[in-house]
Design a protein around this ligand. Structure first.
Ligand SMILES: Nc1ncnc2c1ncn2[C@@H]1O[C@H](COP(=O)(O)OP(=O)(O)OP(=O)(O)O)[C@@H](O)[C@H]1O
Length: 286
């Protein structure tokens, strides 16, 4: 469905992505995570045909999407702070989108308008940041496009609205499986929804694995410094807290029986690190 092969892209002389590759052929929900400025939006623009790679190939349903309407018809890209006409109401924005996407689900649109308490008569320019995100999400999900790309869809939404968004996304995807790529800074919240995760860091794809695989990694060990140093055997931990003769370290290993056994043998406590903390440390260290 999507293929990125040895893609390099930069704005003028600023290089953003260098020789990145990844492929997705399953109708899954995929999260794209990276620090601010890592290149998530840039990657989404390349996938939706808004930008052309400087080098390498991007393919959507087997076609290069840049300037190609046959390819772009399969994609609904809702960018962060999507530009809508200043004179449009919510209803106008939805009507325009419904003309554009041939699989548009109007029943879903009406249900989501109620869930997000969005007034159709309101001018888009008068919506709050969160309500505008809700509108973009409604368009993205109602489009039923084969490839839906949502750039930070929960931007500005409070915790309750984010919960509603995740639930609607899960239900819609279960009813109509399709490829949904979404970038997020709320990885802890979004991970139960996603099958896999792409981490962009240092202009590269640092990780592209299933969520189940990635969330095994990152372990906190705590206890006597001398014992932990012995286990680390000169390797640098991802994070360290020292308190007298005790330390707590995060290490880049899976939280499995082997490590539980090692911790128990050395009289150390062991716990799983949060995915968000693990990723923050991985992108600090890499
Ligand atoms: N139109 C542009 N012209 C020049 N540089 C740009 C442009 N758009 C983005 N950049 C730069 O490209 C880099 C990647 O930006 P991008 O928006 O893709 O990152 P991001 O991962 O989506 O960031 P964030 O999480 O902060 O939204 C940044 O250094 C940014 O300053």
């Amino acid at each position: 469905m999507i293929r990125v092969e040895n893609v390099t892209y930069g704005y003028g002389k600023t290089s953003v992505l260098e020789d990145i590759s990844f492929t997705e052929n399953e109708p899954e929900i995929i999260a794209i995570w990276g620090r601010n400025g890592a290149g998530k939006t840039t990657l989404m623009k390349l996938l939706s045909g808004q930008e052309k790679p400087n080098k390498g190939k991007v393919e959507i349903m087997g076609m290069a999407p840049y300037n190609r309407s046959e390819a772009v018809q399969y994609v609904c890209y809702m960018q962060e702070d999507h530009p809508f006409s200043s004179i449009w109401s919510v209803k106008d924005a939805l009507r325009f989108a419904s003309y554009f996407y041939s699989n548009w689900d109007e029943d879903l649109t009406q249900r989501l308008l109620k869930i997000f308490q969005l007034n159709e008569k309101k001018k888009v320019s008068k919506l709050s940041k969160g309500m505008k995100s809700a509108l973009q999400f409604i368009i993205g999900i109602s489009s039923h496009a084969e490839i839906t790309i949502l750039d930070e869809p929960s931007n500005g939404l409070d915790a309750s609205m984010r919960k509603k968004m995740y639930q609607s996304l899960r239900e819609s995807h279960e009813a109509h499986p399709r490829l949904i790529l979404l970038s997020t800074h709320h990885i802890e919240e979004i991970q139960p929804l996603c099958e896999s995760l792409v981490v962009i860091h240092d202009k590269k794809v640092l990780l592209h694995e299933t969520i189940d695989e990635i969330r095994e990694y990152g372990v906190w060990l705590a206890g006597e410094k001398i014992k932990i140093e012995k286990i680390l055997d000169g390797q640098k931990p991802l994070e360290i807290y020292e308190l007298g003769s005790s330390v707590k370290v995060m290490i880049d290993v899976p939280y499995n029986d082997e490590w539980k056994e090692i911790a128990s043998l050395h009289g150390l406590s062991i716990e799983k690190a949060k995915l968000q903390d693990y990723l923050l440390n991985k992108t600090e260290e890499a």
